[in-house]
Design a protein. Structure first.
Length: 434
């Protein structure tokens, strides 16, 4: 991922130096376990641990790999250069490359998940703050992009909070799903390495032993992980799309913060464009781009092949780095977002009273009018408001059939905005608790 959309803590997880450090720890912990059960001499395990403070030379490993055409062998060769060939002769004993590669990848994904979970906590806090702030700020709800009935800005933020809270729960499960390791040797039978070694390595790395590995850790785990990232990205786009709509000139119910000195257009100085949320829409597409390849990685030949390898080298860093950046950016957008309550009321009143049509419909049916007749009575007056920009209440008061069924006072009672906010507290308790 390019630096423009990257944050250093997540990038660091995917640096070659980090990867080689994890490889080293896997090999060293495995030697400890082998020494503990008497398979190798303790002094050989201790000799490898003497390299714990070594900065592995990435360029040197690449140089060796250019000859060996094998990344794990290149690393093991470089490790032996530090600890001595005799002392390192038991390194990787009974293991296969996938033991190192797969266990390392899952360590990286777990660390990435921890950063993403912290990102989500920050986003949830921002959404909750704005929901509480605008709990009773009335705005028009829309369906199909058309005015529907009154809602509140607080409910808008609350539903995004609930969606992201579900996503956090999904990510916690995905983290658990991916937190396994395998040190089971060729084709996963433990023929040349004791299962106790796997137990020890996984414990040291904060993983669970994979119940059954086939030389590789099953890729349905990774598919679930990346699918979860894709769902989170879609939720980011959901929020971003709503904000982009709010910032449209003819709507302007909310807007991204526009900083001092910021420019919206190279051609038109008046422009304030929703560039951050537009950017988030694009970044969401990049994260979702990882989902289908991760799904296709599940079907491998027999006990292993490496068709998944090139995919994961790309989607592992790209999806996690991009989502980390996107979550952080969205948190900033929500935290600084400008809200315009007066514009919300102005928008709702562009067709005066029209959003109360359902309440009038229900009042008529409760007054004894058939639903079909009541619908026709309400609609004929509503259409006048659409076509002539008249006042819905005035049209109803001028309709003899409606007045006969309801009376003037009852008609007027149906235009109280408080009617639509009476259960906001109930919804908030469901979302946020007491």
């Amino acid at each position: 991922m390019i630096p423009r959309y990257s944050r250093p803590d997540m990038v660091q997880i995917w640096e070659p130096a980090t990867k080689f450090r994890i490889w080293y720890e896997i090999e060293a912990h495995a030697l400890d376990a082998m020494a503990n059960i008497g398979v190798i001499p303790r002094e050989n395990a201790d000799a490898v641990w003497k390299a714990k403070d070594v900065e592995f030379d990435v360029a040197r490993i690449d140089e060796i790999e250019a000859v060996t055409k094998h990344d794990v062998i290149a690393f093991l060769t470089h490790l032996a250069e530090h600890v001595g060939s005799d002392e390192a002769r038991f390194v990787h004993q009974g293991m296969t490359s996938s033991d190192v590669l797969d266990t390392c990848l899952n360590v990286q994904l777990v660390r990435a998940a921890d950063i993403l979970l912290a990102d989500m906590d920050a986003l949830l806090a921002a959404l909750k703050k704005r929901a509480m702030e605008h709990k009773m700020t009335v705005r028009v709800g829309r369906s199909h992009g058309i005015h529907a009935e009154p809602t509140t800005m607080g409910l808008t933020f609350a539903r995004f909070y609930a969606e992201m809270d579900r996503n956090k729960n999904r990510l916690e499960k995905a983290r658990w799903e991916i937190a396994t390791g395998a040190i089971s040797g060729a084709v996963g039978t433990f023929a040349n390495i004791d299962p106790a070694v796997e137990d020890h390595v996984c414990e040291k790395l904060g993983l669970r032993p994979e119940p059954i590995s086939t030389q590789v850790i099953p890729r349905d785990r990774h598919a679930m992980f990346f699918a979860t990232l894709g769902v989170i990205a879609s939720s980011i786009e959901n929020v971003a799309t709503e904000i982009r709509h709010m910032q449209r000139t003819e709507v302007l119910e909310g807007a991204e913060f526009f900083s001092m000195g910021q420019k919206g257009s190279s051609a038109m100085p008046h422009k304030k464009n929703p560039v951050l949320t537009e950017n988030l829409t694009g970044l969401a597409r990049l994260v979702r781009m990882a989902v289908v390849p991760a799904m296709e990685n599940v079907a491998l030949w027999h006990e292993r092949d490496i068709s998944h390898s090139s995919v994961e080298r790309a989607i592992g860093p790209d999806a996690t780095i991009t989502l980390d950046f996107a979550l952080h950016r969205l948190t900033g957008v929500i935290d600084k977002m400008l809200i315009f309550p007066d514009n919300m009321l102005d928008n709702m009143n562009k067709f005066p009273g029209l959003v109360m049509s359902q309440r009038v419909l229900l009042a008529l049916t409760q007054a004894g009018v058939s639903r079909e007749d009541a619908y026709a009575m309400v609609q004929r007056n509503a259409l006048k408001v659409w076509e002539e920009r008249t006042d819905f209440r005035e049209e109803l008061l001028a309709d003899k059939d409606v007045v006969a069924a309801l009376g003037v006072d009852a008609i007027n009672e149906n235009f109280n905005l408080d009617y639509h906010t009476k259960h906001v507290d109930t919804i908030f308790k469901r979302v946020f608790g007491d």
